[in-house]
Design a protein around this ligand. Structure first.
Ligand SMILES: [Zn+2]
Length: 308
């Protein structure tokens, strides 16, 4: 699909009307994926940083005459729409594509961006996790991997922006990056924030509920009061950007999870009994969708607390 350049320029903050998103086969879909929205959309956030929402994890972007940086790549179909939009806003080659983690709804579009991108950057655990996951899904031949990686920190001035990547240890996966556009004061959290909904905790992919909770605290401390955060996913109807209050809410959510599971273990309850809960105390309004969403989180917390 191709779009007139003016379409993106004149509707930069609005929906690109009629951009239907085709569904991909199951292999391309990550767990805990949000339902597909009807349209793909570019939105400004602050100081040349913005978001693109299509299907899958939110794409973040920095577009200036001196630098073009993307954060995450969704799926090939929406990555194609995103690329068209980026090209309509800048003639520059993409300087950098960052993957916040390895999940397919954040990396499957890498293959679309790769020919137009100087480098792909991710945490050092991402390429192996992405490869393993792709092999399990039978789509290893459709992957593009990071050619640059980092361990704990990565800092670089790019154009008039300062990029800072941080890895706080295991969280949503074992290879999460928090991406800060320091001058814009905007932070892309990847899937370290599922706004106001049950998250997916990828324990086989190296996740940790306990360290995820700590990470959220540390990220808030490392940033300003008026920092704007971009989230990988949000409850349907809620926006995919927000404030530190959203991180604190998620921290409190994990506290409630750990508290509930710890009490169940202390009372001698079985794993099955503990994960049978359908509404978490204090977070009863979180939609249990899919029906295994809360059970998944509780199960990981149980395994972590009992070291299974
Ligand atoms: Zn994810």
């Amino acid at each position: 699909m191709r779009y007139d350049r003016r379409t993106f320029i004149t509707t930069s903050s609005m929906a690109v009307a009629g951009t239907a998103i085709a569904r991909l086969p199951l292999w391309a879909q990550a767990p805990a994926q949000t339902p597909p929205p009807a349209v793909a959309k570019f939105e400004d956030v602050r100081r040349n940083v913005g978001i693109f929402t299509g299907r899958g994890g939110t794409i973040g972007w920095l577009i200036t005459p001196e630098a073009v940086v993307l954060v995450d790549s969704q799926f090939p179909d929406t990555a194609t729409l995103c690329l068209e939009g980026v090209k309509s806003r800048s003639k520059r080659q993409i300087d950098l594509l960052i993957n916040t983690h390895h999940h397919g709804d954040h990396t499957a579009g890498n293959i679309v961006f790769k020919p137009e991108t100087a480098h792909i950057l991710a945490h050092e655990n991402v390429p192996a996790l992405q490869k393993k996951s792709a092999e399990e899904r039978g789509n290893a031949d459709q992957q593009a991997y990071a050619d640059q990686t980092f361990g704990e920190t990565w800092d670089q001035d790019i154009g008039h922006e300062r990029l800072q990547l941080r890895h706080y240890g295991p969280g949503h996966t074992g290879g999460d990056a928090v991406v800060t556009f320091a001058k814009a004061n905007v932070v892309h959290m990847g899937d370290l924030v599922f706004r106001a909904r049950h998250p997916f905790v990828d324990r086989p992919g190296g996740a940790s509920v306990r360290n995820w909770l700590t990470t959220l605290e540390q990220v808030v401390k490392a940033h300003e009061k008026d920092t704007i955060y971009i989230f990988g996913h949000a409850r349907e109807g809620l926006g995919v950007s927000g404030t530190s209050a959203d991180l604190t809410a998620m921290h409190d959510y994990f506290s409630a999870v750990l508290d509930y599971v710890q009490k169940g273990i202390a009372a001698g309850q079985s794993r099955d009994a503990i994960i049978a809960l359908t509404a978490l105390p204090k977070f009863e309004d979180y939609p249990n969708s899919p029906a295994t969403a809360l059970a998944g989180v509780l199960g990981v917390a149980y395994d972590e607390l009992t070291q299974k």
